[in-house]
Design a protein around this ligand. Structure first.
Ligand code: C2E
Ligand code: CA
Ligand code: CA
Ligand code: CA
Length: 278
């Protein structure tokens, strides 16, 4: 028995140690990443499904560590969130994305709406509004070319969420609900939230062509959103069949590998030259 216990102990400890030490390693790395300029921003085009024109882009964070290589935001964003580092990082990408959007406008490209993900901690900041205002002022970007992506849980977890959203909306900023359909909140909030857009989560988009249940869910979300005067964007569109389904069901916009992976600002500029994909 003693030996078995010992074996169990040995069996679990290395794996646990490994996870803990990777977590610590990444946390230490994250603390230095901003000043060491290890973050970059990539942009994924958002397309109007009726015109095939690029109407916006989502800014997505990339962390490239000189030794460890590229680390997924799925892994480092939660650590940044827990440690509070997300406040500085989030502010950095917000400014960078606004600056880039303004740059494209100054270069003469048709204006885009830039979507930026807002984390829970960021949204809870009491001076969020001033921070966003300052960034718009510093970068010279008009508020209606900025969209903030919030998840249902972010909104639920914060006090005065609706008031805050209303103030952002009053400034002219667009608000969207990211990963829509994956939260457990009641749909009741949709009538009180001052939002513009529902972003259908990619877990629904994935099987719209193969699974009638997902198809009917997506169709229902689109109809409901339109009845509430909201726009709908589908994320994770990878195939022409998915796109055709969405077009048929009057979805407004789409984003996904079918059009483009998230790309550098330079590559995005190349796409804007034509301002149409496919
Ligand atoms: P998200 O906001 O839901 O972003 C969409 C994710 O789906 C991105 O992953 C994007 O690259 C990926 N994606 C786009 N099109 C397709 C497709 O057609 N198929 C598939 N399979 N995937 C697609 P990414 O860039 O790895 O980001 C993952 C998550 O990390 C994001 O999910 C977001 O929650 C978070 N994140 C990324 N950048 C930021 C940021 O600047 N701030 C915050 N707070 N979170 C961020
Ligand atoms: Ca997003
Ligand atoms: Ca999403
Ligand atoms: Ca997601």
């Amino acid at each position: 028995v003693k030996e078995l216990g010992k074996n169990n102990f040995q069996f679990y400890t290395p794996a646990m140690n490994e996870a803990v030490s990777r977590r610590m390693k990444l946390e230490i790395g994250l603390r230095k990443a901003l000043e060491r300029h290890e973050f970059t921003v990539v942009y994924q085009p958002q397309i109007n499904v009726n015109t095939n024109q690029i109407i916006g882009a989502e800014a997505l964070l990339r962390w490239n560590h000189p030794e460890w290589g590229s680390i997924s935001p799925v892994e480092f964003i939660p650590i940044a969130e827990e440690t509070g580092l997300i406040l500085q990082i989030g502010e950095w990408i917000l400014k960078e994305a606004c600056l880039q959007n303004k740059r494209w406008q100054d270069q003469g490209y048709k204006p885009l709406r830039m979507a930026v993900n807002i984390s829970s901690r960021q949204f809870q900041q009491s001076d969020l509004l001033d921070r966003v205002k300052n960034i718009l002022k510093e970068t010279g970007l008009a508020a209606h070319y900025l969209e903030l992506e919030l998840t249902e849980s972010i909104i639920q977890d914060s006090k005065h969420a609706v008031g805050k959203m209303q103030q952002l909306k009053d400034m002219g900023i667009h608000l969207s609900i990211d990963d829509f359909g994956t939260g457990y909140s009641s749909l009741n909030y949709l009538k009180t939230f001052p939002i513009h857009t529902l972003k259908i989560d990619q877990s629904f988009t994935r099987y719209i062509y193969a699974d009638p249940k997902d198809a009917s869910l997506v169709e229902t979300i689109i109809t409901m959103a339109h009845n509430l005067n909201l726009k709908v964007i589908a994320e994770g569109v990878e195939t022409v069949e998915q796109l055709q389904f969405l077009q048929q069901k009057q979805c407004n916009e789409a984003q996904g590998y079918y059009f483009s992976r998230p790309i550098s600002a330079e590559d995005m500029r190349g796409m804007l030259e034509g301002n149409a994909v496919k």
